[in-house]
Design a protein around this ligand. Structure first.
Ligand SMILES: CC(=O)N[C@H]1[C@H]([C@H](O)[C@H](O)CO)O[C@](O)(C(=O)O)C[C@@H]1O
Length: 183
């Protein structure tokens, strides 16, 4: 984020003194989360709503999730270009080539969701699908106030598969360590 030199201010939203200390050491400002937005089940939207309540000065806000360790400046630069072109919200996605199936209950039968089994696509013949990878979300204050992270004119930044890992459990953390050469 710092290396992109595009942010007016960088804030870390937390209720932890340890994280706040680290943030300050790195030159970020600290937003102390309200109790309601610092629970295990609070969504990012709730955290954003909590942030804008205390910071009326920002119209555009970028939420960078620390669970995406392979964030790169090139992706942020692309997001900024989109914002300059007039997009209201821009978020990160990865192109996936997954054939998805849905379970019918209670019959326990299955139907294809995103392809026709009679005409199974090959990756090479298919554009695939854009899937959120949780790396970042740029948005506007008025959208957050309305309970939206994505809205208005919506744009995306495509992140390479190798950079799109999201850490959600200990196995992901091991993978991230392995990928970054820490293991
Ligand atoms: C901005 C946003 O909505 N963040 C949400 C993310 C993203 O949906 C996910 O990272 C996309 O891959 O998921 C959670 O962490 C989750 O479900 O555990 C909840 C969090 O509120």
């Amino acid at each position: 984020m710092k290396h992109s030199k595009k942010f007016r201010e960088i804030w870390v939203s937390t209720d932890s003194h340890m994280i706040a200390n680290e943030a300050t050491k790195c030159g970020a400002k600290v937003h102390w989360r309200s109790r309601m937005s610092a629970t295990d089940t609070a969504s990012s939207l709730v955290a954003l709503q909590d942030f804008i309540k205390g910071h009326k000065e920002f119209d555009r806000i970028g939420l960078i999730q620390c669970t995406s360790p392979f964030l790169a400046v090139k992706y942020l630069n692309e997001a900024f270009e989109h914002l300059q072109q007039g997009y209201d919200s821009v978020f990160s996605v990865t192109r996936e080539f997954k054939l998805r199936w849905k379970e019918n209950r209670p019959e326990k039968t299955f139907v294809a969701v995103n392809f026709d089994p009679a005409r199974r696509p090959r990756r090479q013949d298919w554009d695939g699908e854009l899937v959120e990878n949780g790396m970042f979300y740029f948005t506007r204050r008025h959208l957050i106030s309305r309970g939206l992270i994505q809205g208005g004119r919506i744009g995306v930044v495509q992140v390479e598969r190798k950079d799109s890992l999201e850490v959600d459990n200990p196995a992901d953390l091991n993978l991230a360590r392995y990928q970054s050469g820490d293991l």
